[in-house]
Design a protein around this ligand. Structure first.
Ligand code: AOF
Ligand code: ZN
Length: 331
């Protein structure tokens, strides 16, 4: 299952609107006979590719899958049926598929066909991996990761706006990976007009992983300038009028976007917290102190009680050159 999850992880940001699923087929002697993940764009599914590799070696073997095999009739037949026809004897599944067309029916079908089926192996990891797909299907919202490049004292720029660069090259490179693993990048007009970012994935050997980009702006004069700028300089970028992030994210989920990355300034970050839309925070923290006159990574809340503060649990801490990367998940 760890191998299957590792394979699936490589599909993050590439398989939308589908989840990224990993599948390993073992022959009856327990040797790996096939392994695959959901293809870019979402099809073919993982199981059919791994079964094709395994061929006759799948008969009497074991299928290890990070998500319950689908039960619905898509462009090809259901993966549950494909596993049955291939003569799989045992199935190991990390977690159920929340898609109402499957939602337990894939597991039932395997069991009804006499396949011994174990569910729940490395379930937490599998659910974290497809948190975007799961949240979209169950709540109609995408999973949102907020990226923050911060000084030691939580600032993102000097008072005059200078911010290039607070973090080092390794941290910024890792930021590109976050973009590659996202389906949609959300930003704000002020960030775009100030930094003129490209929001592309610039990693050697990786192409075709750029997320779609949307720029939220509101009716004030400074923000309005964005419309002309985007139309002139960034073909394909989308303009999202109005400061209602819940509505924008619901619309993105309805279009099939599972994973959104927010890269913006303190105003957008504040709004995302206030609307309770942040699932994960990735902080790139540099060893610089910018002082109280510098710009905050998150705007003003005005809380009077600590219980009001959005609360996150630490998932990961990693040294990146001179900086530190921290991953925090909604508690
Ligand atoms: C699997 N294996 O690798 C994936 C699955 O539109 P379709 O026909 O491609 O089906 C999409 C649904 O299939 C998706 O909503 C989810 O329930 C499931 N994804 N299932 O057996 C896979 N990616
Ligand atoms: Zn399938």
């Amino acid at each position: 299952m760890r191998v299957a999850l590792g394979r699936a992880r490589r599909g993050l940001g590439l398989t939308g609107p589908n989840p990224t699923v990993g599948c390993v087929i073992l022959d009856p002697q327990g040797r790996v006979a096939g392994q695959a993940r959901t293809a870019d764009g979402g099809r073919p599914h993982a199981e059919t590719q791994a079964l094709a590799q395994a061929g006759e070696r799948a008969r009497g073997g074991t299928a290890i899958v990070t998500l319950e095999p689908c039960a619905h009739e898509g462009e090809t037949g259901p993966c549950a049926n494909a596993l049955i026809s291939a003569g799989i004897a045992h199935a190991v599944i990390a977690t159920t598929d929340p898609d109402p067309r499957t939602a337990g029916a894939g597991i039932e079908r395997l069991r009804a066909a006499g396949i011994s089926t174990e569910v729940g192996v490395l379930e937490a990891e599998a659910r974290a991996l497809n948190a975007g797909f799961i949240k979209r299907v169950t709540q109609g919202l995408p999973h949102l990761t907020l990226k923050l490049g911060l000084s030691l004292d939580g600032k993102i720029a000097l008072a005059n706006g200078a911010s290039q660069w607070i973090t080092g090259a390794e941290a910024r490179q890792r930021g590109h990976r976050l973009r590659a693993q996202a389906d949609f990048l959300l930003t704000g007009a002020k960030t775009v007009l100030k930094d003129e970012p490209r929001f592309t994935v610039r990693i050697a050997g990786i192409s075709g992983a750029d997320p779609a980009v949307g720029v939220v702006y509101d009716a004030d004069r400074a923000d309005q300038d964005i419309v002309g700028w985007v139309n002139q300089h960034r073909s394909g970028w989308r303009l999202l009028p109005g400061w209602d992030f819940s509505a924008h994210l619901r619309a993105l989920a309805a279009e099939g976007y599972n994973r959104v990355l927010a890269e913006a300034g303190g105003g957008v970050a504040r709004a995302l917290f206030v609307e309770d839309l942040v699932d994960e925070i990735v902080v790139f923290r540099a060893g610089k102190v910018l002082g109280g006159d510098a710009r905050d990574g998150v705007g003003l809340f005005g809380f009077t009680d600590l219980a009001q503060a959005p609360h996150f649990g630490r998932v990961d801490v990693l040294a990146l050159g001179p900086d530190v990367m921290e991953v925090w998940r909604r508690a």
